[in-house]
Design a protein around this ligand. Structure first.
Ligand code: SF4
Length: 250
């Protein structure tokens, strides 16, 4: 998500929180309650993550991969695409190329054939081969466990690098995607207008014991419970702790 898109989403979060409705009428309601709730306190924050952990002690992402390299490729391919769509393409791709060397040998044209069902496949195929080349030539065919080294690879920004560091190397980073951005601003855990600000905020306030898995817990919560259009508040395990003013009812 770009910062511009994130700001739009933040406005929508606040709009939804205030009960703001589309269209030219009903301005009085907006003026009266157009406020974002204060973020929850530290005890509540810890209780929210205690419940996430109790429900799912070892949360997993949904992208398929077999090693840090295939994880990196899968995350690069997943930008503006669904995990399911990426998995459908990467199954056959990783069967023939699961290392930087084999991906490089496969070449851009063949990689493109494997990923052409995914959005932006031309650019992504080019990036996958280019980053494979850099890994072979500069990193001995290994994925580096460093934010600085990862985020200069083609197609790899700070968010992708954070996801790879978190999943492949156990670094407690909380990459913020559209789901985490929404969930954090709704509950609110941390209120921020951009994904970068929310990531920095969450990494500063989420208790250390929960930081490693926070990324997955929040993504899964956003995907399956705190959905964008209609959050499923009646079955939400943290509904009593959440301050979102427009909770849904059964
Ligand atoms: S109560 Fe509703 S808005 Fe709050 S976290 Fe749960 S699903 Fe999201």
């Amino acid at each position: 998500m770009t910062d511009r898109a994130a700001r739009g989403a933040a406005k929508r979060c606040r709009g939804a929180a205030s009960g703001r409705l589309a269209g030219p009428i009903r301005p009085a309601v907006t003026a009266q309650v157009d406020t974002t709730p204060e973020a929850v306190d530290s005890e509540t924050l810890a209780e929210i993550f205690r419940r996430f952990q109790a429900a799912e002690p070892e949360p997993r992402g949904e992208l398929h991969y077999v090693n840090p390299f295939t994880l990196l490729v899968a995350v690069v391919l997943s930008a503006q695409a669904t995990d399911r769509g990426v998995n459908l393409a990467t199954g056959p791709l990783f069967a023939v190329a699961d290392t930087p060397e084999t991906m490089l040998a496969l070449g851009e044209e063949r990689v493109r054939d494997f990923v052409r069902t995914i959005g932006l496949f031309n650019t992504k195929a080019r990036n996958v081969v280019a980053l494979s080349r850099i890994l072979v030539e500069q990193h001995g065919g290994e994925v580096p466990a460093s934010l600085e080294a990862l985020q200069v690879l083609p197609g790899v920004g700070a968010k992708t690098a954070s996801v790879v560091l978190n999943i492949a190397f156990g670094v407690p980073r909380i990459a913020v995607d559209t789901h985490i951005f929404r969930v954090s601003n709704r509950i609110p855990l941390f209120v921020g207008a951009t994904t970068d600000k929310v990531q920095a905020g969450l990494e500063a306030i989420v208790p250390e014991d929960y930081r490693l898995h926070a990324h997955h817990w929040l993504i899964l919560h956003g995907r399956y419970t705190c959905k964008a259009r209609k959050p499923e508040c009646p079955r939400c395990r943290i509904a009593d702790l959440c301050r979102y003013p427009s909770k849904t009812v059964a």
